[in-house]
Design a binder for this molecule. Structure first.
Ligand code: 8X3
Length: 250
């Protein structure tokens, strides 16, 4: 039987591209997100290639997460791969001007959300003594930049959680991969700048940014590595990008 993969934040960006790449591998897919219509549309599209089911919940709400994962029918319960992709940036400002609601969204979504979904999925992996967790961090988790303290902190937390998970779960036959992308052109900057598409476009001006498909390729590489290989940590930058905020633009 093909592997079962659960992807959070599957309705857009890296999550959606990963869902498509996994469908090409004929993995059975549990696609998770908040936007039900987008999930239904993706289910219909990828359902032509592989078995797909969807779960609509907010990763920030433990009761919703736990109810959704435990509602999976028996044939979907043995999750082999968990891709913790859900997460976002909200706002960019010096710490003294930071918006509390933005901070809560980033910490609750990027950190708590990742923990909640992992808490719902990992006991089964431990029981089965196999599994693979892929956490989406960021170059921002490795290099803090001005006006991004809280987003960077949330991704630094993901880095720590990936390392901690690897320490706790390796003995149970579970691989943990931390993926740290640089500048990927998705809805990321539009969300960060709250719909200001002009400001968002400027982030990717004058160079070729990464695409969601580029990151999906690296995730495929990690999950298809031979049994004796763990891809522990990958940083993927656009080729014009030397560091988080050092980008050579034409
Ligand atoms: C997204 C990459 O460099 O905008 O995590 O923080 S960056």
């Amino acid at each position: 039987m093909s592997r079962i993969a659960l992807i959070t934040g599957a309705t857009s960006g890296i999550g959606r591209a990963t869902a498509k790449a996994f469908a090409d591998l004929e993995y059975r897919l549990i696609l998770c997100g908040r936007r039900q219509e987008r999930l239904a549309e993706l289910e219909e599209q990828l359902g032509a290639q592989t078995a797909v089911t969807t779960l609509s919940f907010d990763v920030r709400d433990w009761a919703e997460v736990s109810d959704a994962i435990s509602s999976l029918p028996d044939e979907w319960k043995a999750i082999d791969i968990l891709v913790n992709n859900a997460g976002n940036a909200f706002g960019m400002s010096p710490i003294q001007d930071g918006d509390i609601a933005d901070w809560d969204l980033m910490i609750d979504g990027n950190v708590q959300g990742l923990l909640y979904v992992s808490k719902a999925v990992t006991p089964g992996m431990v029981e089965r003594q196999r599994g693979h967790i892929v956490n989406l961090s960021s170059i921002a988790g490795k290099q803090t930049y001005a006006n991004g303290a809280v987003y960077c902190a949330s991704k630094a937390a993901v880095e720590a959680i990936s390392t901690g998970m690897r320490l706790d779960l390796t003995q149970h036959g579970i691989k943990v991969t931390n993926i740290a992308p640089g500048a990927v052109e998705t809805e990321f900057s539009v969300v960060r700048f709250k719909g200001d598409t002009e400001r968002a476009a400027k982030v990717y001006e004058g160079f070729s940014p990464l695409t969601a498909d580029d990151i999906a390729d690296t995730i495929v590489y990690a999950v298809t590595a031979p049994a004796n290989v763990t891809i522990a940590d990958m940083t993927i930058l656009a080729s014009a990008q030397a560091a988080a905020t050092t980008i050579h633009r034409k």
